[in-house]
Design a protein around this ligand. Sequence first.
Ligand SMILES: CC(C)(COP(=O)(O)OP(=O)(O)OC[C@H]1O[C@@H](n2cnc3c(N)ncnc32)[C@H](O)[C@@H]1OP(=O)(O)O)[C@@H](O)C(=O)NCCC(=O)NCCS
Length: 182
Amino acid sequence: MISELKVRHEVRADHARVADIHALAFGKDNPVPALVDDLRSLQGRFETTSLVACSQAGDILAHVMLSSAWVDAPTRMIDVMVLSPLAVHPDHQRANIGTRLLKAAVEAARTLGTPFLFLEGNPKYYRPRGFEMAGSMGFDRPSTRIPEAAFQVVKFDTATAEMTGRLIYREPFWTHDCVGLR
Ligand SMILES: CC(C)(COP(=O)(O)OP(=O)(O)OC[C@H]1O[C@@H](n2cnc3c(N)ncnc32)[C@H](O)[C@@H]1OP(=O)(O)O)[C@@H](O)C(=O)NCCC(=O)NCCS
C-alpha cells in the first residue's frame, strides 16, 4: 500500500509513461493511448485536464483525463466534463490508488465549475465512489452500446433543472471508437 501518493498535473515528460500505463492496463492493441494523445493535441480548443498519481519517489503509477463535452439540453448546449480514461499500472492496482486519483479528478472538475462530470464504467466501482446513474437523472447515453448502469455522473452545485438531455462526446472518442462496448 502506497501511503504517500502525490497527484499533480501531467507534463510533457510524462507522456510516454502514461501511454505505457494505458497499454498495460487496457491491453496492447487498445486505442486508449491514441485517444489520450488526440485529447491532448486539442487542448486549447476545449477544456482538458490530465492528472497523474505519483509515488514518493516520483514514479507515475496512474493517470486520469477529464475533457469537455456537451449535454444537448432543450434550451441550449450545456458544457460538461467527461472522465476518461482512468488507469492504474497493473503492478499497483487494488491499492486504493484509483480511488484516490478518482477523488482528485472529481475535485478538479468541481473547481472548473462544471455542472456535471460523466463517465462510463463498472457501477460496482464508481457508485460507492460518488457516481450516480445518469439515466435516472434525465440524461441520455451518447450511444446505446453503453449499458444504462455504466452511464454515470456526479452532479455539482452549478447544475440547474433545465440541464437534461443527451451527452455528446467530443470527436476523439468517436475517431478512436472509445464509446461503449463492441
Ligand atoms: C479500475 C481501476 C482504475 C481501479 O483502480 P485500483 O487502484 O486498482 O482500485 P482501488 O484499489 O482504488 O479499488 C479497489 C476496488 O476496485 C475493484 N476493482 C478493481 N478493478 C476493477 C474493475 N476493473 N472493475 C470493477 N471493480 C474493480 C476492486 O475489486 C476493489 O473493490 P472494493 O472496493 O469493493 O474492495 C484499475 O484497476 C485499472 O486501471 N483497471 C484497468 C483499466 C480500467 O478498467 N479502467 C477503468 C475504465 S472505466
